[in-house]
Design a protein around this ligand. Sequence first.
Ligand code: FES
Ligand code: FES
Length: 153
Amino acid sequence: MITLKVNGTKRKVDADPGTPLLWVLRESLGFTSVKYTCGISECGMCTVLIDGDARRSCVVNVEEVLESEITTIEGLPENHPVKVAWIEKQVPQCGYCQPGIMLQAADFLSREKNPSEELINEVMDNVICRCGSHPRIKKAILLAARINANQGG
Ligand code: FES
Ligand code: FES
């Protein structure tokens, strides 16, 4: 039995320490917002925050994160600038990719308070949306940065 801290709550899980975090979050804890697609750290669908950093959970074993704070999209506050901007700009189409992309955006904005469009393209183009929502993602990130600035973040 291992213990993980997910979205602020300690959860006990019966899992082999070498299991990818993705499968423990999805299959053992029911966080199906964490999506499986490539399984080799290429697409970004499985992205979660680990101690605030966006990481691809398909290539992180649970034994690496026993002391960490893990955040899925459910753990991002509803008034987080990324969630507010995503709704305002109506970013998702099918929605499959969005939890991972939003968490990548949250990490990005925690480091870049005033990102340029070029930097947004550079950082966000490595998470794949098959519905082509990237133009709206860019607009939402610019809005989220303005909301953040207005909140004094
Ligand atoms: S499923 Fe993890 S990066 Fe694609
Ligand atoms: S909204 Fe459908 S894959 Fe991105």
